[in-house]
Design a binder for this molecule. Structure first.
Ligand code: PXL
Length: 277
């Protein structure tokens, strides 16, 4: 059998340890041929830097996809993260529909919101298009805020298990097949991830580190994708990715000057020991 080929579609933030500069090294280290489709090139990410440059590559996306179609290049898995516009989401949906081979697993991180608000670049039209992409996906990885935008449910900073169950149910009603809901914690010391599929959910709680870091969602989603494609169950992949992300945040915190991203490189050897025993 041919080795799986993954396509990851998101921006390149040249500096900032997020999106493609995280996904590509993590998935390559996991042992996969990883193709990229950059949706934009920014000098840095947008969370905390000011005056960054941004070259939108929307016009290039359909041309790149058309070339791949012509060459017969196909993908066994897709993983998408931060996308720049509603138009880009529509291109990604077309890529899902035309460039897969075999059962082609589709993993979508609807990276668009946190702490109750959409990221500044996005609006309701973007949310509506993201709902369609999430319907096309096999697995989505929203946080609670993104889950609320995808379903219209009210965002709450404090919540209980019944609220999380309703959110998962609402996501399933919107067409989500498997949901990996991140950042779920019922007390101040704990956060965790709920994996939901076909009416059944499992919770993996882990230590919450008070001071969040930028880019942890991207580190989590890339490690989850790598672990899943290496053969872990969805729940085990969610756990492996959670433990890896916590370890990355811990090592980042040893260096208080490192405010803009996660030192995911330092813990790659430990992740690989788990995935290639
Ligand atoms: O980590 C998500 C992300 C990716 N890419 C860019 C971002 C962000 C979050 O702010 O700004 C450009």
């Amino acid at each position: 059998m041919e080795d799986p080929r993954i396509l990851t579609i998101q921006d390149i933030s040249c500096v900032g340890q997020c999106s493609l500069t995280v996904a590509l090294p993590i998935l390559s280290a996991c042992g996969f041929e990883t193709a990229i489709l950059p949706s934009a090139v920014l000098s840095t990410h947008t969370a905390g830097f000011t005056g960054y440059t941004c070259r939108d590559l929307s016009d290039d996306m359909p041309q790149i996809a058309a070339h791949w179609r012509k060459e017969g290049i196909r993908f066994d898995a897709f993983y998408t993260g931060y996308l720049g516009s509603t138009r880009q989401i529509a291109y990604v949906r077309e890529i899902f529909a035309t460039l897969g081979r075999g059962r082609n697993l589709r993993i979508v991180d609807p990276a668009m919101a946190d702490n109750g608000s959409l990221y500044p670049a996005f609006d309701q039209a973007y949310v509506e298009e993201m709902k369609l992409l999430c319907r096309d996906a096999d697995i989505i990885l929203p946080n609670i805020t993104e889950g609320c935008f995808l379903t219209g449910m009210e965002y709450r900073a404090q919540y209980d298990r019944a609220y999380v169950d309703s959110l998962l149910q609402a996501l399933a009603e919107e067409g989500a097949k498997t949901v990996v809901l991140t950042g779920v914690g019922y007390d101040a010391a704990t956060t965790g991830v709920v994996v939901y599929s076909q009416g059944h959910s499992d919770y993996y709680p882990h230590r919450r580190i008070a001071q969040g870091c930028h880019g942890t969602g991207d580190v989590y989603a890339a490690a989850f994708t790598g672990a899943l494609l290496r053969g872990s169950s969805t729940f085990d992949a969610a756990k492996i990715a959670a433990d890896y992300t916590v370890a990355c945040i811990e090592v980042t915190q040893e260096d208080p000057r490192h405010w803009y991203g996660v030192k995911f490189e330092k813990k790659l050897p430990a992740l690989l020991r788990q995935l290639h025993p």
